[in-house]
Design a protein around this ligand. Structure first.
Ligand SMILES: Nc1ncnc2c1ncn2[C@@H]1O[C@H](COP(=O)(O)OP(=O)(O)OP(=O)(O)O)[C@@H](O)[C@H]1O
Length: 352
């Protein structure tokens, strides 16, 4: 990836992650689970991060908000510039002022955020009490309003319920209300719908799409589901084995995928109205175990049908054509990537 310009104060992107690396000590040995990851996110923008299980999506998200910073097994490198300030260089006290207020996170399991022993309203109110100077009465009024905004019926009554009195979908809504309490500039949503039934999934995604507009929030959405990304993301990052293998606008990545891994994910996507890419069977094999140590060359090579000698070296994340923001990590010349063929234009690997 090209070296980004130094960012300062007002002109800086909301988030400018530069060369993030995460190493975890597992079984007494260091495992590099995220490698040289860079991205930028502007106010109000939605970035989808996709990839198979274990590719480093959650570790990346938790690194942004500093959830593992007190775990001595974790080593983080690179920079995480939030409005120009490097979050990785802040102490835990300074980070606590940002977490929940400026950057909030929701998880697949709402009980990660909700305490079963405390009333829903008290938990949302606690976030407001920590980060605002609102009175008790104002906190309660705001809490009820938040529950209404996320679609909880009779919020003035349900505010005093405990989490177990809410259904799974309602708990997810309550967790979203808690995340929104301080109107964060960035919401990180880690598989927020995976554990829900299909109807509830759609309702929660609609809710997130509406709230990101109402609150003008940037969102990083982590998911296995490319269909979800196609619906609400402006940009997509495809991760494989702890690295970014493709990055671009949702339109470019979906209409003209460049990396064979992205093409494989798209081909495996069960959707009638999927963009026309040459059909591939589901990707053979499975991702490498990051804990076993990675080969020095392309990590996808053992699963790729197009391997050639150069793949024993690590490909850089690079743009190859007129779309400088569409980058991928593959050595194949653009003309040798049949999955990128756009039949309407007769071009290979170029954005539609
Ligand atoms: N707390 C931890 N302790 C040890 N290893 C961890 C920890 N968290 C993550 N890992 C390892 O880091 C790697 C990346 O995991 P991560 O959870 O980020 O993947 P993911 O892409 O989010 O997967 P999933 O889609 O299943 O959530 C995996 O090999 C995982 O086993």
């Amino acid at each position: 990836m090209t070296e980004p310009e130094p960012s300062t104060g007002e002109q800086a992107p909301l988030l400018d992650m530069r060369g993030l690396g995460v190493t975890i000590e597992i079984g007494g040995r260091p495992a590099e689970v995220v490698r040289d990851l860079s991205l930028t996110l502007d106010d109000g923008e939605v970035l989808g991060i996709v990839g198979e299980s274990g590719c480093g999506k959650t570790v990346t998200a938790r690194s942004i908000i500093g959830l593992d910073r007190t775990d001595s097994r974790f080593r983080l490198g690179g920079q995480m510039l939030y409005r120009g300030r490097d979050l990785l260089a802040l102490d835990e006290h300074a980070m606590r002022a940002i977490r929940g207020k400026e950057i909030a996170m929701i998880f697949q399991d709402p009980m990660t955020s909700l305490n079963p022993l405390h009333r829903i309203g008290a938990q949302i109110g606690e976030t407001l009490g920590e980060h605002t100077a609102l009175s008790k009465a104002a906190i309660r009024a705001r809490t009820i309003d938040l529950l209404r905004q996320v679609g909880i019926p009779h919020p003035e009554r349900r505010v005093d319920d405990y989490p177990h009195q809410f259904s799974g979908g309602m708990r997810q809504r309550a967790m979203i209300a808690m995340a929104l309490a301080c109107e964060p500039a960035l919401l990180i949503a880690d598989e927020p719908t995976t554990a829900l039934d299909v109807t509830t999934q759609l309702q929660i995604l609609d809710l997130l799409a509406r709230l990101k507009d109402d609150y003008r929030m940037a969102v990083i959405l982590i998911t296995h589901d490319l269909g979800v990304v196609a619906e609400i993301a402006d940009r997509v990052m495809v991760m494989y084995a702890g690295q970014c293998v493709e990055y671009g606008t949702t339109r470019d990545v979906f209409h003209a995928p460049k990396h064979p891994y992205t093409a494989g994910l798209l081909a495996a996507m069960p959707s009638a109205d999927r963009p026309k890419v040459a059909r591939l069977s589901a990707i053979k094999g499975s991702p490498p175990r990051l804990t076993a140590g990675l080969p020095s060359g392309c990590a996808f090579a053992p699963r790729c049908d197009h391997v050639f000698a150069r793949c024993s070296e690590m490909p850089p994340l690079a743009a190859h054509d007129a779309a400088p923001d569409h980058r991928d990590r593959c050595w194949l010349p653009a003309g040798d990537r049949p999955w990128g063929l756009d039949p309407a234009r007769g071009t290979a690997g170029s954005p539609a």
